[in-house]
Ligand binder design. Sequence first.
Ligand SMILES: [Zn+2]
Length: 187
Amino acid sequence: MKALAFNEFGGPEKLKLQEVPDPKIGPDEVLLRVRACALNHLDLFVREGIPALKTPLPFWSGCDIAGDVAEVGSAVEDVKVGERVAVNPSLTCGRCEFCQQGEDSMCVRYGILGEHEPGGLAEAVKVRASNILKLPDHVAYEDVTALAAPVLRHRILLNFHAESEHIDTDEIIRRVLADMPPPAGKP
Ligand SMILES: [Zn+2]
């Protein structure tokens, strides 16, 4: 597949549309055909090089992703090829005490898709099935990418407020999606 990858760290001139290996999904993952990927400041940090990360090269970033499900892992239920989804870019272990309590973004091995693993600035990206959010038909891929890292990844902040006010955070996200206007030019 093609990715907007960099082979050395630096400015935007280091980005090159190039051929990279196709992602291979595991049993609990899905492959997405990327339809939109927003620019996040994280993309700039990663491209310029974060010394502590030891990012393997070539690398491609992209953490605010929306796309279509193109392939479904053997252990994944309730996800179908062709579904439109946005991505929570959190990479968590699923085993530590925080993950067990549902506080994913406190995970002791916390990582971000597009920072710790190649991201969405490519034709396709593999994602854990539990990290996808199905989109209502009227929500544009481009619009929902503004939600991905800021809202889905920081759900812990929503949880914090929700606990004191008895709000269902899934319901908040559903309402945000439902209230998003259709793309310009479409009814
Ligand atoms: Zn964890």
